[in-house]
Write a protein that binds this ligand. Structure first.
Ligand code: GLA
Length: 352
Protein backbone atom coordinates (compact mmCIF):
# COMPACT_ATOMS: atom_id res chain seq x y z
CA UNK A 1 0.00 0.00 0.00
CA UNK A 2 1.19 3.46 -0.75
CA UNK A 3 1.01 6.32 -3.21
CA UNK A 4 2.42 7.00 -6.69
CA UNK A 5 2.91 10.37 -8.35
CA UNK A 6 1.90 9.57 -11.93
CA UNK A 7 -1.90 9.60 -12.07
CA UNK A 8 -2.18 13.07 -10.57
CA UNK A 9 1.12 14.85 -11.15
CA UNK A 10 2.62 13.31 -14.28
CA UNK A 11 5.74 15.33 -15.17
CA UNK A 12 5.06 17.93 -12.48
CA UNK A 13 6.28 15.71 -9.65
CA UNK A 14 9.13 17.25 -7.61
CA UNK A 15 10.96 16.68 -4.34
CA UNK A 16 8.83 19.36 -2.72
CA UNK A 17 5.61 17.62 -3.76
CA UNK A 18 6.94 14.25 -2.58
CA UNK A 19 7.78 15.73 0.84
CA UNK A 20 4.36 17.33 1.14
CA UNK A 21 2.69 14.07 0.12
CA UNK A 22 4.68 12.21 2.78
CA UNK A 23 3.53 14.79 5.35
CA UNK A 24 -0.05 14.44 4.15
CA UNK A 25 0.12 10.67 4.23
CA UNK A 26 0.76 10.94 7.94
CA UNK A 27 -1.58 13.84 8.80
CA UNK A 28 -4.53 12.54 6.76
CA UNK A 29 -4.57 9.16 8.52
CA UNK A 30 -3.47 7.29 5.38
CA UNK A 31 -0.35 6.02 7.13
CA UNK A 32 -2.38 4.76 10.08
CA UNK A 33 -4.69 2.99 7.62
CA UNK A 34 -1.68 1.09 6.23
CA UNK A 35 -0.31 3.17 3.33
CA UNK A 36 3.49 3.20 3.49
CA UNK A 37 5.24 3.59 0.11
CA UNK A 38 5.67 7.07 -1.38
CA UNK A 39 6.58 6.33 -4.99
CA UNK A 40 8.14 8.72 -7.48
CA UNK A 41 7.14 7.75 -11.01
CA UNK A 42 8.67 8.93 -14.31
CA UNK A 43 10.51 12.25 -14.85
CA UNK A 44 12.92 12.38 -11.87
CA UNK A 45 15.98 11.41 -13.95
CA UNK A 46 18.84 13.63 -15.07
CA UNK A 47 22.00 12.56 -16.88
CA UNK A 48 24.72 10.02 -16.11
CA UNK A 49 28.02 11.30 -14.74
CA UNK A 50 31.47 10.27 -16.10
CA UNK A 51 31.28 7.01 -14.09
CA UNK A 52 27.88 6.17 -15.54
CA UNK A 53 26.04 6.95 -12.31
CA UNK A 54 22.57 8.29 -12.98
CA UNK A 55 21.88 11.68 -11.39
CA UNK A 56 18.44 13.07 -10.59
CA UNK A 57 17.33 16.20 -12.46
CA UNK A 58 16.85 19.70 -11.00
CA UNK A 59 13.40 18.81 -9.61
CA UNK A 60 15.14 16.38 -7.21
CA UNK A 61 18.31 18.11 -5.95
CA UNK A 62 19.05 15.57 -3.19
CA UNK A 63 17.59 12.07 -3.49
CA UNK A 64 19.34 10.70 -0.42
CA UNK A 65 18.04 13.65 1.60
CA UNK A 66 14.54 13.07 0.25
CA UNK A 67 14.68 9.36 1.11
CA UNK A 68 15.89 10.26 4.62
CA UNK A 69 12.99 12.68 4.98
CA UNK A 70 10.40 10.10 3.88
CA UNK A 71 11.96 7.50 6.19
CA UNK A 72 11.87 9.97 9.10
CA UNK A 73 8.07 9.92 8.77
CA UNK A 74 8.03 6.14 9.19
CA UNK A 75 7.32 5.72 5.46
CA UNK A 76 9.19 4.13 2.55
CA UNK A 77 10.20 5.58 -0.79
CA UNK A 78 9.95 4.24 -4.32
CA UNK A 79 11.47 5.16 -7.65
CA UNK A 80 10.93 4.39 -11.34
CA UNK A 81 13.02 3.30 -14.32
CA UNK A 82 12.92 1.38 -17.58
CA UNK A 83 14.97 -1.53 -18.92
CA UNK A 84 15.16 0.48 -22.15
CA UNK A 85 17.48 3.38 -23.00
CA UNK A 86 14.62 5.78 -22.24
CA UNK A 87 11.56 5.82 -20.03
CA UNK A 88 8.07 6.29 -21.43
CA UNK A 89 8.34 10.06 -20.85
CA UNK A 90 11.73 10.12 -22.63
CA UNK A 91 14.04 10.30 -19.60
CA UNK A 92 17.20 8.23 -19.05
CA UNK A 93 16.52 4.50 -18.59
CA UNK A 94 18.64 1.72 -17.07
CA UNK A 95 19.66 -0.04 -20.30
CA UNK A 96 23.19 -1.46 -19.84
CA UNK A 97 23.39 0.21 -16.42
CA UNK A 98 21.24 -2.19 -14.41
CA UNK A 99 23.77 -2.95 -11.69
CA UNK A 100 25.05 0.55 -11.18
CA UNK A 101 21.49 1.88 -11.03
CA UNK A 102 20.39 -0.74 -8.50
CA UNK A 103 23.42 0.16 -6.35
CA UNK A 104 22.71 3.88 -6.67
CA UNK A 105 19.11 3.44 -5.55
CA UNK A 106 20.12 1.20 -2.66
CA UNK A 107 22.68 3.84 -1.57
CA UNK A 108 19.98 6.52 -1.65
CA UNK A 109 17.78 4.31 0.55
CA UNK A 110 15.17 3.44 -2.06
CA UNK A 111 12.67 0.74 -1.03
CA UNK A 112 10.66 0.12 -4.21
CA UNK A 113 11.31 0.13 -7.97
CA UNK A 114 8.70 0.31 -10.73
CA UNK A 115 10.39 -0.91 -13.91
CA UNK A 116 8.54 0.11 -17.05
CA UNK A 117 9.16 -1.57 -20.44
CA UNK A 118 8.72 1.60 -22.61
CA UNK A 119 11.64 1.90 -25.08
CA UNK A 120 13.02 -1.55 -24.20
CA UNK A 121 11.01 -2.67 -27.21
CA UNK A 122 13.57 -0.89 -29.41
CA UNK A 123 16.54 -2.88 -28.07
CA UNK A 124 15.08 -6.26 -27.06
CA UNK A 125 12.80 -8.83 -28.59
CA UNK A 126 9.59 -9.33 -26.70
CA UNK A 127 10.49 -12.92 -25.83
CA UNK A 128 13.54 -11.62 -23.95
CA UNK A 129 11.28 -9.84 -21.48
CA UNK A 130 11.45 -12.39 -18.63
CA UNK A 131 15.27 -12.40 -18.76
CA UNK A 132 15.43 -8.62 -19.02
CA UNK A 133 13.27 -8.24 -15.92
CA UNK A 134 15.20 -10.94 -14.08
CA UNK A 135 18.42 -9.05 -14.74
CA UNK A 136 17.13 -6.11 -12.72
CA UNK A 137 15.51 -8.44 -10.18
CA UNK A 138 18.93 -10.01 -9.59
CA UNK A 139 20.67 -6.62 -9.48
CA UNK A 140 18.24 -5.43 -6.80
CA UNK A 141 18.79 -8.59 -4.73
CA UNK A 142 22.55 -8.22 -5.06
CA UNK A 143 22.39 -4.81 -3.35
CA UNK A 144 21.39 -6.54 -0.11
CA UNK A 145 18.66 -3.93 0.48
CA UNK A 146 15.07 -5.18 0.42
CA UNK A 147 13.55 -3.38 -2.59
CA UNK A 148 10.03 -4.18 -3.78
CA UNK A 149 10.19 -4.92 -7.51
CA UNK A 150 7.18 -3.77 -9.55
CA UNK A 151 7.03 -4.94 -13.16
CA UNK A 152 5.27 -2.67 -15.61
CA UNK A 153 4.95 -4.12 -19.09
CA UNK A 154 1.19 -3.88 -19.47
CA UNK A 155 0.52 -7.62 -19.03
CA UNK A 156 2.40 -8.67 -22.17
CA UNK A 157 3.51 -12.28 -22.65
CA UNK A 158 1.36 -13.60 -19.80
CA UNK A 159 3.51 -11.88 -17.18
CA UNK A 160 1.53 -13.48 -14.33
CA UNK A 161 3.14 -16.79 -15.30
CA UNK A 162 6.75 -15.59 -14.94
CA UNK A 163 6.68 -12.31 -13.01
CA UNK A 164 7.49 -13.92 -9.66
CA UNK A 165 10.36 -15.97 -11.12
CA UNK A 166 11.87 -12.74 -12.48
CA UNK A 167 11.93 -11.46 -8.89
CA UNK A 168 8.73 -9.44 -9.25
CA UNK A 169 6.59 -8.69 -6.22
CA UNK A 170 3.85 -7.25 -8.42
CA UNK A 171 3.25 -6.92 -12.12
CA UNK A 172 0.88 -4.78 -14.11
CA UNK A 173 -1.71 -6.87 -15.93
CA UNK A 174 -2.99 -4.22 -18.38
CA UNK A 175 -2.31 -0.91 -20.09
CA UNK A 176 -2.69 2.34 -18.18
CA UNK A 177 -5.76 3.08 -16.10
CA UNK A 178 -7.58 6.36 -16.70
CA UNK A 179 -9.79 8.29 -14.31
CA UNK A 180 -12.99 7.22 -16.08
CA UNK A 181 -15.62 4.63 -15.17
CA UNK A 182 -15.17 2.67 -18.40
CA UNK A 183 -11.39 2.36 -18.08
CA UNK A 184 -11.54 1.38 -14.40
CA UNK A 185 -14.44 -1.03 -14.89
CA UNK A 186 -12.90 -2.78 -17.91
CA UNK A 187 -9.61 -3.31 -16.09
CA UNK A 188 -11.13 -4.29 -12.76
CA UNK A 189 -14.08 -6.42 -13.82
CA UNK A 190 -12.95 -7.94 -17.10
CA UNK A 191 -9.19 -8.04 -17.45
CA UNK A 192 -8.17 -9.92 -14.30
CA UNK A 193 -10.26 -12.99 -15.02
CA UNK A 194 -8.28 -16.20 -14.59
CA UNK A 195 -5.26 -14.48 -13.05
CA UNK A 196 -6.23 -15.26 -9.44
CA UNK A 197 -4.16 -18.46 -9.39
CA UNK A 198 -0.93 -16.42 -9.77
CA UNK A 199 -1.45 -14.07 -6.81
CA UNK A 200 -0.19 -14.79 -3.33
CA UNK A 201 1.87 -13.29 -0.52
CA UNK A 202 4.86 -11.47 -2.03
CA UNK A 203 3.74 -11.74 -5.67
CA UNK A 204 0.62 -9.95 -6.88
CA UNK A 205 -1.29 -9.10 -10.03
CA UNK A 206 -1.40 -5.30 -10.35
CA UNK A 207 -4.45 -3.82 -12.11
CA UNK A 208 -2.72 -0.39 -11.90
CA UNK A 209 -2.82 2.49 -9.48
CA UNK A 210 -5.94 3.98 -7.94
CA UNK A 211 -7.72 6.98 -9.43
CA UNK A 212 -9.83 7.61 -6.32
CA UNK A 213 -10.09 11.35 -5.66
CA UNK A 214 -8.87 12.49 -9.07
CA UNK A 215 -12.28 13.85 -9.95
CA UNK A 216 -13.67 12.17 -13.06
CA UNK A 217 -15.68 9.50 -11.27
CA UNK A 218 -18.19 10.08 -8.49
CA UNK A 219 -18.04 8.74 -4.93
CA UNK A 220 -20.20 5.71 -5.79
CA UNK A 221 -17.85 4.78 -8.63
CA UNK A 222 -14.75 5.33 -6.52
CA UNK A 223 -16.21 2.99 -3.87
CA UNK A 224 -16.66 0.40 -6.59
CA UNK A 225 -13.04 1.01 -7.67
CA UNK A 226 -11.78 0.50 -4.10
CA UNK A 227 -14.02 -2.56 -3.58
CA UNK A 228 -12.91 -4.23 -6.80
CA UNK A 229 -9.23 -3.65 -6.04
CA UNK A 230 -9.79 -5.09 -2.54
CA UNK A 231 -11.56 -8.15 -3.95
CA UNK A 232 -8.64 -8.57 -6.36
CA UNK A 233 -6.10 -8.41 -3.49
CA UNK A 234 -4.54 -5.66 -5.61
CA UNK A 235 -1.73 -3.35 -4.52
CA UNK A 236 -3.41 -0.19 -3.20
CA UNK A 237 -1.39 2.73 -4.53
CA UNK A 238 -3.33 5.95 -4.18
CA UNK A 239 -2.87 8.17 -7.22
CA UNK A 240 -4.44 11.41 -6.02
CA UNK A 241 -3.22 14.55 -4.27
CA UNK A 242 -3.19 13.58 -0.60
CA UNK A 243 -2.86 17.24 0.43
CA UNK A 244 -6.38 18.48 1.14
CA UNK A 245 -8.46 15.43 0.23
CA UNK A 246 -12.22 15.83 0.58
CA UNK A 247 -14.03 13.65 3.12
CA UNK A 248 -15.44 11.20 0.58
CA UNK A 249 -11.98 10.51 -0.85
CA UNK A 250 -10.41 10.09 2.56
CA UNK A 251 -13.15 7.80 3.77
CA UNK A 252 -12.97 5.61 0.68
CA UNK A 253 -9.19 5.29 0.77
CA UNK A 254 -8.99 4.67 4.51
CA UNK A 255 -11.95 2.33 5.05
CA UNK A 256 -10.33 -0.14 7.45
CA UNK A 257 -12.82 -2.93 6.79
CA UNK A 258 -12.30 -2.78 3.04
CA UNK A 259 -8.51 -2.53 3.46
CA UNK A 260 -8.61 -5.61 5.71
CA UNK A 261 -10.19 -7.55 2.85
CA UNK A 262 -7.54 -6.35 0.39
CA UNK A 263 -4.67 -7.04 2.78
CA UNK A 264 -6.03 -10.30 4.20
CA UNK A 265 -3.16 -12.57 5.28
CA UNK A 266 -4.34 -15.57 3.28
CA UNK A 267 -3.43 -13.57 0.16
CA UNK A 268 -6.13 -15.01 -2.08
CA UNK A 269 -7.26 -12.96 -5.06
CA UNK A 270 -11.05 -12.91 -5.38
CA UNK A 271 -13.00 -13.57 -8.55
CA UNK A 272 -16.40 -13.30 -10.23
CA UNK A 273 -18.83 -16.06 -9.32
CA UNK A 274 -21.71 -15.01 -11.54
CA UNK A 275 -22.89 -12.32 -13.88
CA UNK A 276 -26.48 -11.57 -14.79
CA UNK A 277 -27.07 -8.57 -16.99
CA UNK A 278 -25.21 -5.74 -15.30
CA UNK A 279 -25.06 -7.51 -11.91
CA UNK A 280 -21.94 -9.30 -10.79
CA UNK A 281 -21.34 -11.39 -7.71
CA UNK A 282 -17.73 -11.68 -6.52
CA UNK A 283 -16.15 -13.67 -3.72
CA UNK A 284 -12.78 -13.65 -1.94
CA UNK A 285 -11.67 -16.18 0.63
CA UNK A 286 -10.26 -14.73 3.84
CA UNK A 287 -8.12 -16.05 6.65
CA UNK A 288 -10.01 -17.98 9.31
CA UNK A 289 -12.86 -19.07 7.05
CA UNK A 290 -14.60 -15.71 6.49
CA UNK A 291 -15.37 -14.65 2.96
CA UNK A 292 -15.76 -11.26 1.33
CA UNK A 293 -18.73 -10.98 -0.99
CA UNK A 294 -19.31 -8.08 -3.36
CA UNK A 295 -22.58 -7.38 -5.14
CA UNK A 296 -21.81 -5.05 -8.02
CA UNK A 297 -24.16 -3.23 -10.38
CA UNK A 298 -22.37 -2.09 -13.54
CA UNK A 299 -25.60 -0.79 -15.04
CA UNK A 300 -27.00 2.73 -15.25
CA UNK A 301 -30.07 2.01 -13.13
CA UNK A 302 -30.44 0.82 -9.54
CA UNK A 303 -30.92 -2.92 -9.44
CA UNK A 304 -31.60 -5.75 -7.04
CA UNK A 305 -28.49 -7.94 -6.80
CA UNK A 306 -28.61 -11.40 -5.24
CA UNK A 307 -25.98 -13.42 -3.44
CA UNK A 308 -27.19 -16.98 -3.15
CA UNK A 309 -25.32 -18.92 -0.52
CA UNK A 310 -25.34 -21.99 -2.77
CA UNK A 311 -23.44 -20.02 -5.45
CA UNK A 312 -20.84 -19.15 -2.82
CA UNK A 313 -20.45 -22.70 -1.56
CA UNK A 314 -22.20 -21.82 1.70
CA UNK A 315 -25.06 -23.48 3.50
CA UNK A 316 -26.93 -22.67 6.69
CA UNK A 317 -26.91 -19.37 8.55
CA UNK A 318 -24.07 -16.87 8.19
CA UNK A 319 -23.41 -13.51 9.82
CA UNK A 320 -23.20 -10.64 7.39
CA UNK A 321 -21.53 -7.28 7.81
CA UNK A 322 -21.74 -4.41 5.32
CA UNK A 323 -18.18 -3.06 5.18
CA UNK A 324 -19.13 0.26 3.60
CA UNK A 325 -22.07 0.95 5.94
CA UNK A 326 -20.02 -0.42 8.88
CA UNK A 327 -23.18 -2.24 9.97
CA UNK A 328 -24.10 -5.82 10.82
CA UNK A 329 -26.86 -7.14 8.60
CA UNK A 330 -27.75 -10.16 10.73
CA UNK A 331 -27.52 -13.92 10.41
CA UNK A 332 -28.78 -14.80 6.98
CA UNK A 333 -29.89 -18.12 5.51
CA UNK A 334 -29.79 -19.02 1.80
CA UNK A 335 -29.78 -15.59 0.19
CA UNK A 336 -28.62 -12.02 0.69
CA UNK A 337 -30.17 -9.43 -1.57
CA UNK A 338 -29.55 -5.73 -1.88
CA UNK A 339 -30.70 -2.81 -3.99
CA UNK A 340 -27.44 -1.55 -5.51
CA UNK A 341 -26.98 1.95 -6.95
CA UNK A 342 -25.97 2.40 -10.59
CA UNK A 343 -22.19 1.71 -10.87
CA UNK A 344 -22.35 0.84 -7.17
CA UNK A 345 -21.51 -1.99 -4.81
CA UNK A 346 -22.63 -3.59 -1.60
CA UNK A 347 -19.73 -5.38 0.00
CA UNK A 348 -19.98 -7.85 2.86
CA UNK A 349 -17.81 -9.81 5.20
CA UNK A 350 -19.58 -13.11 5.75
CA UNK A 351 -18.69 -15.32 8.68
CA UNK A 352 -19.98 -18.51 10.21
C1 GLA B 1 3.69 4.12 -18.57
C2 GLA B 1 3.18 3.42 -17.31
C3 GLA B 1 2.50 4.46 -16.42
C4 GLA B 1 3.48 5.58 -16.08
C5 GLA B 1 4.04 6.20 -17.36
C6 GLA B 1 5.16 7.18 -17.07
O1 GLA B 1 2.63 4.58 -19.36
O2 GLA B 1 2.32 2.38 -17.61
O3 GLA B 1 2.03 3.85 -15.23
O4 GLA B 1 4.53 5.05 -15.30
O5 GLA B 1 4.55 5.20 -18.24
O6 GLA B 1 5.75 7.69 -18.21
Amino acid sequence: MGWNSWNKFHKEVSAQIVKEIADAMVSSGMKDAGYVYVNIDDTWQGKRDAQGVLQPNEKFPDMKGLADYVHSKGLKIGIYSSPGPQTCAGYEGSYQHEEVDAKTWAAWGIDYLKYDWCSAKTVYKEEEMPAVYKKMGDALKATGRPIVFSLCQYGLRKVSEWGAAAGGNLWRTTGDIEDRWKSMATIGFDKQVGLEQYAGPGHWNDPDMLEIGNGNMDAVEYKTHMSLWAMLAAPLLAGNDLRGMDDDTKQILTNREVIAIDQDKLGKQGFRVSKEGASELWVKQLEGGDIAVALFNRGDRADLVLAKWSDLGLSGKHSTRDVWAHADRGKIKDLFEAEVSPHGVVMLRVSK
